[in-house]
Design a protein around this ligand. Structure first.
Ligand code: DAH
Length: 337
């Protein structure tokens, strides 16, 4: 090839070159060890001696030109490559519809808070089955088949002996059968009853507490509940026991707290009484202890069952239990911190 031929080929090649990788290939094609121009320079020895200086000068001139054209083209290609990437990888930082942050459900907030308070006292958190046997839900808790106390809870039966647990108390016998005192446990979970209105839901949440040890008294129960009440509703909150009846506790109590809305002076929330009923509790019936193989002469215990929705309704001023399950964002967003 002549100098002129190489030059015109180079012109065509460089103007068609569209990427830095191609440009690199062209450099090798022309200026590489066995490149077109390099080979031309090597052929100089075949020329008559007097022609060599002019020929050499011409080849060098072309080489210099090529080098500067390569450099110019590289700058051009780099900048168009950058333009292409800027266009392709464009991020619109003005977009505002980012996903909003979630928040814990008020029932979870209360469950977590009570869990925190109780584990600080050394309680262990356990969970049990929602589909339960009649035995653990009723029999073992001193509620035999024909006992009128079964009417207190409208049960969803699956078969004659299997049901959806109506109370987390079902965990009491399950735990006491396998573990011996000292026991200090907390069992949060869902419970089910065929009941539905502004203050009852077919599924709701309870937290069962159970303590069994030597010398446990009703005072231990009261102290524990006062501690929870003070931390949930403020230090001025008082706890009141009223006599009640549950087959699995003896004595049994209904537990009231001073109304967090009016502070005890009487308002519509507490129906003018100054007190709000929040849970059932009592001393574990010796029958239940013996049933689980625990010596009721040596050991005593207390138990309580807290309605989680009930506590959340009082704490947050929620008038209807159904609001918890409708998943209305306007309701739920209020609990986002
Ligand atoms: N299980 C009872 C209910 O659902 C609440 C309850 C009362 C739980 C007394 C207890 C207790 O552990 O001692 O109505």
């Amino acid at each position: 090839m002549t100098i002129a031929e190489i030059k015109s080929l180079f012109e065509a090649d460089i103007s068609n070159c569209a990427s830095l990788a191609e440009l690199q290939e062209l450099k090798v094609k022309y200026l590489g060890k066995s490149g077109l121009l390099t080979s031309l320079l090597k052929s100089i020895k075949n020329l008559p001696a007097q022609e060599r200086p002019t020929f050499g000068a011409k080849v060098n001139e072309l080489r210099n030109e090529m080098e500067s054209r390569f450099a110019d083209k590289a700058v051009l290609l780099k900048s168009s490559e950058m333009q292409r990437r800027l266009q392709e990888e464009r991020v619109d930082i003005s977009l505002t519809d980012c996903p909003s942050r979630g928040a814990l459900h008020p029932v979870t907030l209360i469950e977590n808070r009570i869990g925190e308070l109780m584990t600080a006292l050394g309680f262990e958190v356990l969970s049990g089955p929602e589909i339960e046997t009649d035995y653990y839900n009723f029999e073992a808790l001193n509620i035999p088949y024909d006992h009128p106390a079964r009417d207190m809870q409208d049960t969803f039966y699956i078969t004659d002996s299997i049901l959806l647990r109506t109370q987390t108390s079902a965990m009491q016998a399950r735990v006491m059968e396998h573990r011996k005192p000292p026991l200090k446990i907390l069992c949060p979970g869902k419970v089910f009853r065929s009941d539905s209105d502004a203050s009852h839901s077919p599924v709701f949440h309870q937290i069962e507490g159970l303590v069994v040890d030597k010398n446990i008294t009703l005072c231990d129960l009261k102290g524990t509940l006062e501690y929870i009440a003070a931390h949930l509703f403020g230090p001025q909150t008082k706890v009141r026991f009223r006599p009640s009846f549950f087959p699995f506790t003896e004595p049994s109590v209904e537990v009231d707290l001073t109304c967090s809305n009016c502070g005890g002076t009487g308002c519509s929330l507490c129906k003018g009484t100054g007190w709000i009923e929040v849970l059932g509790a009592g001393m574990v019936n010796p029958f239940v202890l013996e049933n689980c193989g625990i010596d009721s002469k040596k050991y005593s215990g207390y138990a309580f069952g807290i309605g989680v929705e009930r506590v959340a309704m009082i704490k947050y001023g929620i008038p209807d239990i159904r609001l918890f399950y409708e998943n209305d964002q306007r309701f739920l967003k209020q609990f986002a911190k």
